[in-house]
Design a protein around this ligand. Structure first.
Ligand code: MN
Length: 730
């Protein structure tokens, strides 16, 4: 436990004018008040407020904040009262302790509405004095550091709350260091496997290339020495959570991640930042278009630095930030830099985050709003600003992407509601359906039974869910139209040849041509996928028939791909197995059209024949229509449980494994090919990243075969020569 004189020394180190007597009184008071209590770990309780105070000394905060940290749990947990603290430590500290106390009580509830109410109180308290939040964040940080002592359910809940609310809040207040540590501690509770696998990747990388950090650091220092710039160079591996988030966001694997190392060059004044940047660019090649000047154009939260990325040793890419010491403090501690003390006085950093603008906005809205739940969603929106949250007339919250309209809202609730929507009221007012919904609005959908979506809705809807439902409804309508037309075509075709075209004839035609129902036969006729002559020939086989006309209905892609010329049958190429979201092109031969990825090696064979090429693109909603299967080749350690781990990972990503084949099995490794059904290319990419993050895996990539395969037959693994499996970047 930190001793009394140690704490005083920690404060005096940055604030020599600190009120020593006040700190001593608070230490003694807190220690006595908590004397009989133990933490969940069994340690004396007072160790906790002390550690919270120590965290805040790291932010160089004033005496009142440090004292508040020492006393923050006394009103709640001990005999101490607000009045007593006011008498002993003054009104300012009593108010601060009271603010934190109110928030502490809130932690224990679980229901969403109560959580929202807590959050409202947190913000009200913050808006009175942001130091309440600083103590609260330090309190949460220490509780996260010691979370192992708690029961698993409680651990998970607190970690989730930390990840959802406290870490983004710290980030919003510009406190990057606090945010990173909170995220990483929560990540460890919420997804320990992912965190461990990333740490193992770092270990493995260090084994392969040696520790690159000192090498990069030396290279930067040498470059600075050449031009005579004095600076402090710091380098680090990025935190597992930020690596994981990047892998997920960009859909790339660990090995493709460019910026796993972050370096900082901290100079004394601004001109040296530019000089240092120039020196580094002279010594190392810069990655194009990665240079940013946030010194002459600071970010809205006051952040200032120069950013660049250079090619470092061992093919690494290294992100470097150049900033002055003062900018560095603001970047790390954000709002706390407002209160930071230096030589006994507030440092009044002009570039620190101004918490008041953001907070007073929030509190304004809070005072107007009535529902705490609504408010929570509003605040979440402010932190996750790509979403809007609206309400049903019953008060249920519906989350939508920014830009969503009442149509999206209706389909989000139910497809039937969307299909029968004819209008909407927002906050009680009739609005056009193209109105963009705003946060916190209540939306009522007006409907008429049996009405249908209009094609113009496609322009108004933004969510994939609404768009695919609209498309489906439109297609159904189109199909009815096709059936009607097909019936007419069939009637004429039979009549012209003076043959019987009654229901029995049509049934036999449907059966012979491989359609499940007469209706689907008629729909195909109406859509001109089939000629009347072919139907007649099928029913009365005396007629001549062109086998190239043969179109098996199951070959027809259910509208996943746009741009297929009428009369052609689309197939997906086996060599590259295109997935929704990838750029594709069609190669035509006779009546067949084969879709390839734009980078498929097989396309080379058709370069001389531009007339065969057909522009294709995926229907935007293809991902929602069931998914497609593609193969991946995985090289993994030949050890028990390795395949199981990979299979589980794929299952966790809600994808199916359709087939597993062994390509090679060696004493130390095992190479397998998995056919995986995924929604789209992004889905596949996130699966590949997750697999690649496993240490048991040495390589994973999409299967790429060098030549197009005319017939879709499953190829046994044994026929694949290992050298024929070519790696094409995914
Ligand atoms: Mn506490």
């Amino acid at each position: 436990m930190i001793r009394q004189y140690e704490l005083v020394e920690m404060v005096r180190a940055y604030n020599p004018e600190a009120d020593e007597a006040l700190l001593n009184r608070a230490y003694v008071y807190g220690a006595r008040a908590h004397a009989q209590q133990k933490r969940a770990s069994g340690e004396p309780y007072f160790g906790h407020p002390l550690e919270v105070a120590a965290i805040l000394t790291g932010l160089k905060l004033d005496d009142a904040t440090i004292v508040t940290a020492l006393l923050h749990d006394t009103i709640e947990d001990t005999a101490a009262t607000f009045a007593e603290i006011g008498e002993l430590f003054g009104a300012e500290i009593a108010e601060l302790v009271d603010g934190v106390t109110k928030l502490n009580k809130l932690e224990l509830v679980n229901r969403e509405a109560e959580q929202a109410e807590n959050f409202r109180k947190l913000l009200v308290a913050m808006s009175k004095d942001v130091r309440v939040l600083l103590v609260k964040l330090a309190d949460r940080l220490h509780n996260m550091r010691t979370i192992d002592a708690l029961r698993p359910e409680k651990r998970a809940r607190i970690a989730r709350e930390t990840m959802d609310i406290f870490a983004p809040l710290a980030g919003r207040m510009g406190m990057q260091r606090m945010r990173e540590e909170l995220e990483d501690l929560a990540f460890e509770v919420l997804n320990p496997e992912a965190r461990t696998s990333i740490m193992r990747r770092f270990l493995k990388l260090r084994k392969e290339t040696g520790d690159l950090i000192p090498r990069i650091k030396a290279a930067i220092e040498e470059a600075l020495y050449e031009v005579g710039v004095a600076a402090d160079v710091q380098g680090r591996e990025k935190k597992p959570y930020s690596i994981w988030r990047k892998m997920e966001e960009k859909g790339i694997g660990f090995s493709q991640l460019s910026d796993i190392y972050g370096f900082r060059v901290i100079t004394r004044e601004i001109p040296s930042c530019y000089a240092a940047l120039g020196a580094v660019h002279t010594a190392m090649r810069a990655v194009p278009e990665r240079m940013k000047d946030y010194i002459s154009n600071p970010k809205s939260n006051g952040y200032r630095s120069l950013h660049t990325t250079v090619y470092g040793p061992a093919a690494s890419r290294v992100e470097i930030q150049f900033r002055t010491r003062e900018m560095h403090e603001v970047a790390e501690t954000g709002v706390a830099a407002h209160w930071a003390y230096k030589e006994g006085r507030r440092s009044e950093n002009p570039f620190a985050v101004d918490p008041f603008r953001w907070l007073s906005d929030l509190v304004d809205r809070l005072e107007k709003g009535d529902q705490p739940k609504e408010f929570l969603e509003q605040v979440k929106l402010d932190m996750f600003h790509d979403q809007v949250f609206c309400f049903t007339p019953k008060g249920e919250v519906i989350g939508l992407p920014r830009g969503a309209t009442p149509i999206d809202f209706a389909y989000m609730i139910h497809t039937r509601l969307g299909d029968s929507c004819v209008g909407a009221k927002v906050d009680g007012q009739r609005v056009p359906l193209w109105t963009r919904l705003r946060n916190g609005q209540s939306v009522e959908i007006l409907r008429v039974e049996n009405s249908r979506p209009s094609p113009v809705w496609m322009e108004m809807a933004t969510t994939g869910r609404a768009r695919s439902a609209i498309r489906r409804a439109l297609r159904e309508e189109e199909r009815e139209e096709h059936v009607r037309l097909g019936r007419e075509i069939a009637r004429l075709a039979f009549e012209r040849r003076k043959l019987d075209g009654g229901p029995k004839a049509l049934q036999s035609g449907a059966r012979k041509l491989g359609f499940a129902t007469v209706e689907s036969l008629l729909a195909a006729l109406g859509a001109a996928e089939l000629s009347g002559r072919r139907v007649v020939a099928a029913v009365y086989p005396g007629m001549a028939e062109d086998p190239a006309d043969e179109v098996a209905p199951e070959d027809r892609p259910g509208g996943l791909v746009l741009g297929v010329p009428p009369g052609l049958t689309l197939a997906y190429s086996e060599c590259c197995e295109p997935l929704p979201g990838e750029r594709i092109v069609g190669i035509r031969s006779g009546r067949a059209l084969e879709a390839h990825c734009i980078d498929c090696a097989a396309l080379v064979a058709h370069e001389e024949h531009p007339e065969r090429w057909v522009d294709l693109r995926w229907d935007e909603d293809a991902a929602h229509l069931g998914g497609r299967t593609a193969s991946i080749d995985v090289t993994l350690a030949n050890q028990a449980g390795a395949l199981g781990a990979v299979a589980t990972l794929i299952g966790d990503h809600r994808a199916n494994i359709d087939n597993i084949a062994t390509l090679a099995r060696m004493p130390d490794y095992w190479r397998i090919r998995l056919a995986v059904t995924v929604r789209d290319a992004k889905h596949m990419a996130s699966i590949l990243s997750a697999i690649e993050a496993q240490t048991i895996v040495t390589d994973v990539r999409r299967t790429r075969l060098p030549a197009p395969q005319p017939k879709a037959e499953p190829r046994p693994a044994a026929t694949i020569r290992p050298d024929a499996v070519e790696a094409v970047g995914r």
